[in-house]
Design a protein around this ligand. Structure first.
Ligand SMILES: Cc1ncc(COP(=O)(O)O)c(C=O)c1O
Length: 444
């Protein structure tokens, strides 16, 4: 039955994109302010698992199989912000492999849930939105640790040449072919830099004058999938001297542009597509002959929570998760902006020196043992209810709640408040910030 001209396939893997089955290019007509320059979006959610990373996952698996690094019933591990994980999960399901993904607890709940639905063993860690390769307790370090076990293989999109190679084999040739060689500018958001490096190399080989432009957010952004310059500097494939331009796009502008793409172009693009397009519009001149291709990495559907926190006027209720999760999410969000619930690390230290309040460390015992504030008692968040009898009887007693970086400890404050303790603060930045300030820490 297989007949790609009728779009009948024997396996979902046959749907993966290549020059004979490219993801669509759609010309943007309404929100492009140019008279001459043509701007096309390459819609990567048309890949079979919904994102640009389908190319990378399938190519890394193919490469590992061909080189004999992985075999039947293989266990894979990969630190991922979601899309690579989902694509690897699906490729693994199709091939009888299994997948473990350590990832940041700041990844939108939609992505974490879908990964679990797809059968992935998701390990949630306190980490930044985009895992930093150097962070000792982050997603990447945990994946390394698991990958060192003999039965596991870590494909590691951050350092695996099969990542850029996926784009050299597919994205670049597709763009060249789809524009009949007329492309003058290729614009991509920067995450691992696989897309820009692989597609860029292919396009430059065809026509050295094609301009390769990378777009990134500023520090402190919350656009899933892309990295700020500081984050990029820890990324092996980030080679800015090979790009013709680097553009920074503010968080707010990226989300505004994302909204405009959905409303004005009727394209269901996600936040990083907004960022990439804003970067393209800011950097490409309006000149006859210019043909710009902008990568739109994935669709909006996974990003309801990010959109709610970044675009005004769309409501305040979290858009997904169980009622309890929704409530907890919004309480934690409130806690973040409610200074009554937090205390900065310097003030916490002064207070601790003067009053020696009870410090409750809500992390798991392993993390607590490695490094904690002297005298802190370990009451992991999940066990707080059971351990409540060991809390002071006096509900007015001052308490400090602490974790690794100040996220879990907010939930600790909320829980302690619910038990009647009104004088509780979460230490912003957690044990890490405390240690970084040079304040005393100890291990047991
Ligand atoms: C969701 C998503 N994933 C990944 C990337 C980056 O791709 P790469 O890792 O190839 O740099 C982007 C870029 O915009 C993205 O939006």
């Amino acid at each position: 039955m297989h007949d790609s001209s009728r779009r009948v396939y024997d396996s979902v893997l046959d749907l993966l994109s290549d020059v004979d089955n490219p993801t669509p290019l759609v010309r943007l007509s309404r929100l492009v302010p140019f008279e001459h320059t043509e701007v096309y979006a390459k819609l990567e959610w048309y890949n079979p698992f919904g994102a640009v990373k389908d190319r990378v996952a399938s190519n890394m698996v193919r490469d590992a199989e061909e080189s004999g690094r992985i075999g039947s019933a293989q266990k894979l591990v990969e630190p991922t912000s979601g899309n690579t994980g989902l694509a690897l999960a699906m490729v693994s399901n199709a091939k009888g492999y299994s997948l473990t993904t350590p990832l940041s607890n700041q990844i939108p709940v939609e992505k974490r849930t879908i990964l679990r639905l797809a059968g992935v063993d998701v390990i949630e860690l306190e980490d930044t939105l985009c895992p930093a390769p150097g962070a000792p307790e982050g997603a990447i370090a945990r994946a390394d640790e698991i990958g060192n076990q003999p039965e596991f293989e870590m494909l590691n999109q951050y350092a695996n040449g099969a990542n850029p190679d996926a784009h050299y084999r597919t994205t670049g040739p597709e763009v060249w072919h789809q524009t009949a060689g007329l492309v003058t500018h290729f614009v991509a958001g920067l995450g691992t830099c696989g897309t820009i490096n692989g597609s860029g190399s292919f396009l430059k080989e065809q026509e050295p004058d094609v301009q390769i432009i990378g777009v990134h957010p500023p520090a402190g952004h919350d656009i899933p999938g892309v990295r700020s310059l500081t984050q990029l500097s820890q990324t092996e494939f980030f080679t800015p001297d090979k790009y013709d331009g680097l553009v920074e796009v503010e968080n707010k502008l990226a989300f505004e542009m994302c909204q405009r793409i959905n409303q004005e172009e009727s394209l269901i693009a996600g936040p990083s597509s907004g960022m990439a397009l804003a970067g393209a519009l800011a950097s490409v001149p309006d000149e006859p002959g210019n043909v710009v291709v902008v990568i739109f990495p994935d669709s909006i559907f996974k990003y309801a929570s990010s959109v709610l926190s970044n675009v005004a006027g769309l409501g305040t209720a979290p858009a997904s998760g169980t009622k309890r999760e929704q409530l907890l999410d919004s309480m934690i969000e409130n806690a973040r902006i409610n200074s009554n619930l937090t205390v900065d690390v310097d003030a916490a230290h002064d207070f601790w020196q003067q009053h020696r309040p009870l410090v409750i460390d809500v992390r798991e015992p392993d993390a607590h043992r490695q490094r904690h504030i002297p005298g802190a008692i370990n009451m992991p968040l999940n066990d707080l209810a059971e351990l409540a009898p060991f809390l002071p009887e006096n509900r007015d007693a001052p308490l400090l709640s602490v974790c690794e970086r100040g996220n879990l400890s907010l939930s600790g404050v909320l829980f302690l408040n619910s038990l009647g303790y009104q004088n509780v603060r979460s230490i912003t930045g957690g044990t890490e910030a405390w240690d970084e300030q040079g304040f005393a820490v100890t291990s047991t």
